[in-house]
Design a binder for this molecule. Structure first.
Ligand code: GTR
Length: 332
C-alpha cells in the first residue's frame, strides 16, 4: 500500500517553527497539579497544617506534584467536596467524619454521642488498628485517609439561653451537619434540628432562621458564631476525628516513592495540627469569653441518658457495625 503525502508549504513552515521552538527550550517534567479543599480560614490550626502538607509534598517530590490548598470552603461545602474528592476532581482534603456517614456508613459509629471518653481516647483508637479499619472503609469509597486530625469536643450554643438540662433545648432550632444521626440526636433532646452547610450558619443565626448550632471552640470563634449566639453550653456530646484524605484516583497514579512522601507529609501535618489544636482551642475559649460569650457546664449524665436510645436504634439498623462499636468502647 502506498501512502501519498500532500505537502502544503505553509503547513511545513508552521511545523518547522514549532519544532524549532520546542528544540530550543527545556520542557518541564510532567507535574501533577493537585487542588485541595479546606473549610476553615487561613491561620486556623487545620489550615496551617494543610499549608505545611502542601509545602512538604511540593518540595519533597521536586515539583512532580504541585499542590495548592483552597481555604475557606471556596470550592464548595463539605458534602460536595467529598463527592468531588471521590471522583478525583479534587485531589485532597481535610474532612470531618460527621458528614462522611451518608457515604461511608462505618464512620457513623464515630458520630454516636459520647462515644469517646476524651480526646486522648479518640487518638488512641484512631491511631491504632481500629483507625485502619476506618481508613479501609473510606478507601472502598475512593478516599485514602492518611492521617487523623483533631477537632476537639462539640458543644451546643444558642442565642436564647444557657442550656443546663436537656429540657432547656426544648423548641430551639439547632443547625447540625449533614447526617441523620444528628437530627435524631437534637430531636431526642427536644430541639428542632436543621441540617445546613457550615457557611450558611452565620447568616441564619443572624436572621433568626436558627437559634443555635453545635461546634468546638475554634470553629465557634473563627466562624464568628460567638458574636451572635452568646450561650455556649459544654455538652461535649461529640468528639469527632477528621482525616487528611487523598483522592484514590490521584493516589493510585503515584509511584511508591511519591506515595511514601505524601504519606509522610500527611503524618507530619497531623502532628502539627494536633499541637496547634491543643494550644488553639484553649486560646479560642479565652478569646470568646473575653468577647462576651457565656460558657456553662451542663448536667452531662442527663444528656447521656436522653441520647442513649440512639445507640439501640443504631445497632438495630446496622447490626454489622456492632462489633466495631464494641471494639471502640473496649479500646478506651
Ligand atoms: C468544624 C469542622 C469542619 C466542619 C464544621 C461544621 O469543627 O472542622 O470540618 O465539619 O465543623 O460544623 O460543619
Amino acid at each position: 500500500m502506498s501512502i501519498r503525502l500532500s505537502l502544503n508549504p505553509v503547513h511545513c513552515l508552521q511545523a518547522a517553527a514549532v519544532v524549532g521552538v520546542l528544540a530550543g527550550m527545556t520542557l518541564p517534567a510532567h507535574a501533577d497539579n493537585w487542588r485541595g479543599w479546606n473549610v476553615h480560614p487561613q491561620g486556623y490550626p487545620n489550615s496551617v497544617a494543610l499549608d505545611s502538607f502542601v509545602k512538604e509534598v511540593t518540595e519533597n517530590t521536586d515539583g512532580r506534584i504541585k499542590a495548592k490548598i483552597f481555604h475557606n470552603g471556596v470550592l464548595g461545602d463539605q458534602p460536595d467536596a467529598i463527592e468531588q474528592t471521590r471522583s478525583g476532581a479534587l485531589n485532597f482534603a481535610n474532612f470531618n467524619m460527621g458528614p462522611m456517614g451518608p457515604i461511608v456508613p462505618e464512620t457513623d459509629v464515630l458520630s454516636l454521642p459520647f462515644l469517646f471518653k476524651d480526646i486522648d481516647a479518640m487518638h488512641k483508637v484512631m491511631d491504632g488498628e481500629i483507625g485502619q479499619r476506618f481508613a479501609d472503609a473510606l478507601e472502598k469509597k475512593n478516599l485514602v485517609a492518611l492521617s487523623w486530625f483533631d477537632s476537639g469536643a462539640r458543644s451546643v450554643y444558642n442565642t436564647k439561653r444557657p442550656i443546663n438540662e436537656p429540657e432547656d433545648m426544648q423548641g430551639l432550632k439547632v443547625r447540625v451537619m449533614n447526617n441523620d444521626l444528628y437530627v435524631e440526636m437534637i430531636d431526642a433532646l427536644g430541639g428542632n434540628a436543621t441540617p445546613m452547610a457550615y457557611g450558611e450558619v452565620y447568616q441564619s443565626l443572624k436572621t433568626g432562621v436558627l437559634d443555635g448550632a453545635e461546634n468546638n471552640f475554634p470553629s465557634y470563634e473563627s466562624s464568628g458564631h460567638d458574636e451572635i449566639a452568646k450561650y455556649y453550653s459544654e455538652t461535649e456530646h461529640l468528639i469527632l476525628p477528621e482525616c487528611l484524605c487523598i483522592a484514590k484516583r490521584s493516589w493510585d497514579k503515584l509511584s511508591d516513592q511519591d506515595q511514601e512522601i505524601v504519606r509522610q507529609a500527611a503524618v507530619d501535618a497531623a502532628t502539627l495540627q494536633r499541637k496547634l489544636w491543643a494550644e488553639g482551642s484553649k486560646k479560642s475559649r479565652e478569646d470568646v469569653l473575653a468577647a462576651g460569650a457565656k460558657i456553662n457546664e451542663v448536667d452531662k449524665p442527663a444528656f447521656q441518658a436522653k441520647m442513649e436510645p440512639i445507640y439501640a436504634a443504631f445497632v438495630k439498623k446496622h447490626p454489622d457495625l456492632e462489633p466495631l462499636l464494641n471494639d471502640i468502647r473496649n479500646a478506651q
